[in-house]
Design a protein around this ligand. Sequence first.
Ligand SMILES: Cc1cc2nc3c(=O)[nH]c(=O)nc-3n(C[C@H](O)[C@H](O)[C@H](O)COP(=O)(O)OP(=O)(O)OC[C@H]3O[C@@H](n4cnc5c(N)ncnc54)[C@H](O)[C@@H]3O)c2cc1C
Length: 460
Amino acid sequence: MNPSTAMSSLDLSTTTADLTAPVISRSDVLVVGGGPAGVAAAVTAARSGASVTLLERYSSLGGLASGGMVLVLDDMINGQEITVTGIVSEYVERLQKLGLAIVPPADDRKASDELWNKWGRFGTFDFHTHVNPKPICYAAAFDPDGWKRVSNDLVREAGVNLRLHSWFSRPIVDDGVMKGVICETKSGPQAFMADIVIDTTGDIDVASRAGASYVKDSYLTTLVFRLGNVDTNAAEAFEQANPKEARAINRTIKRLLGGAWELWWLKTPIDGVVWCNAPHMTGFDGVDPADMTAAEFAARDRITEAVDYVRANLPGFENCYMLDVASQMGVRQTRLLEGEYVMTKDDVTSRRHFADTVARGRDYYYPFRSLLPKEVDQLLVAGRHYSATPEAQKMSREIPPCMAMGQAVGVAAALAIQTGTLVRDVSALDIQQGMRRHGADPGDVPSSNATLDVDAVVGA
Ligand SMILES: Cc1cc2nc3c(=O)[nH]c(=O)nc-3n(C[C@H](O)[C@H](O)[C@H](O)COP(=O)(O)OP(=O)(O)OC[C@H]3O[C@@H](n4cnc5c(N)ncnc54)[C@H](O)[C@@H]3O)c2cc1C
């Protein structure tokens, strides 16, 4: 695939007049994609008084956080300040109550060898710093089935009309205005109508087919797996006592995997169960079934070989077994919206603050315009496919900020319904205030290290 290919819309829409599929529901807001961004958007819009339908292709909610087994919530801090709040904090609290999330306590959030030995293997450290040992920070290691349970509870409590097993296939668009979508199901095509549609599919499936322009690129693709019956105490003791030998063994494992982060295994809230954010594969197109089939086979071959070696060579892993391989391929980047504003790498690294900021990541800000397609009305996007250059997206797509974007569009959609305005005309100030009502930090107050964007206009 050519790097960062600019694409015009796939234009696979139908109109209300041409609709033949049975209409299953009509709601104020329709959210397509039940991952972290989608659940945040649906729950927030429903809590704000809108009637909401949420569609998900798979059998459970959570997207990459559950099906993809991506098991650390990070990118939520600017130094000691917790910058991503709201629904992600609710997940952390509820998961902790279930014993299915682990968060370093405030006193342990600093750098020392002792704290690194205690927390490093949970992945709850600030990976943006280049010091050694890296500082332990506010982050959460969680369990994927716990994520599904909490998602179900939140959606049910908010009164969201949820449809699982419903694969979005075509948007319904009249004269550039979204009217609903069609899903493929075991019962045939089904239509869902709404005043506002939110695309949280991660690959802008809806927006790209409705006429929005986008760019296409790819980044690392990873099939996460978990190992059970690992003696993590023995493994950590071996690494600490024999750093040179451990490094050599880990180097071989990473070569067999064909790429992994420095810590290729991380602890989870369940004793003896570790998750492995590997293998890292390049050159696969996450929206091409032929490529994804090849990726599934390539990943399993590498995993099998690496785990055989691990069992034979890494102390603490002698009796481990393959607990599971993620049911959902870990695709980090595919199509990205080319919306009213395209976030750049410089925006992220210089911590550019916009007057229409409606959500916040680690130390960067999302303007409302980066969630708005140019060509289609009554359509919003949130999550990893938001309007950004591929370079910027790599640095600003972690789970918590995706949830913050989801909350912001949930607030915006509910406000548009209440006031009868087009959703693109909702003022950023109103969204910011709405976010605060939901306990979420909208990033309206720039931190002291932010760069101010003097040209931006509130509500643009
Ligand atoms: C291997 C890997 C490791 C990562 N590590 C971390 C990490 O350590 N910490 C962190 O915070 N983030 C990490 N990330 C990033 C993070 O997981 C994602 O960016 C984040 O989950 C994106 O959330 P989302 O809701 O935008 O999309 P997704 O999680 O992709 O959710 C999209 C949802 O939409 C559904 N959907 C898609 N298409 C359709 C359709 N046509 N019809 C109906 N439903 C559809 C999907 O099934 C899914 O439920 C990692 C990502 C990967 C792949």
